[in-house]
Unconditional design. Sequence first.
Length: 109
Amino acid sequence: MRSGIATPGAVAHGVAEREWEIEARYWRAQYLYQPYYELGRSYAFYAPAYRVGYEAARERPGEGFEPLVKMMQERLAALDRHAELDWARAAPAARAAWLRVERGRHRTS
């Protein structure tokens, strides 16, 4: 940002972050009720998986979940380098977030 004027990229990033925060609020309220939830796990455990699923669906609409798995695995590894959330445990949460975006897209189009 120069001279108090936001660049289009900075504005888009800010909007994307706000949209993610809305989605994250949904998952904070819902993660305990998901079939993949493991007793004693916090939202923070699943959050990186929700984020990569959400972002994959937003960035590559209509592409399907399976073609995006490699990209999501790489992003999960970058987001969650020191955690115990491996792809086998992350995949159901990532798929849930991806599916929520895809279903929302079909309701509004």
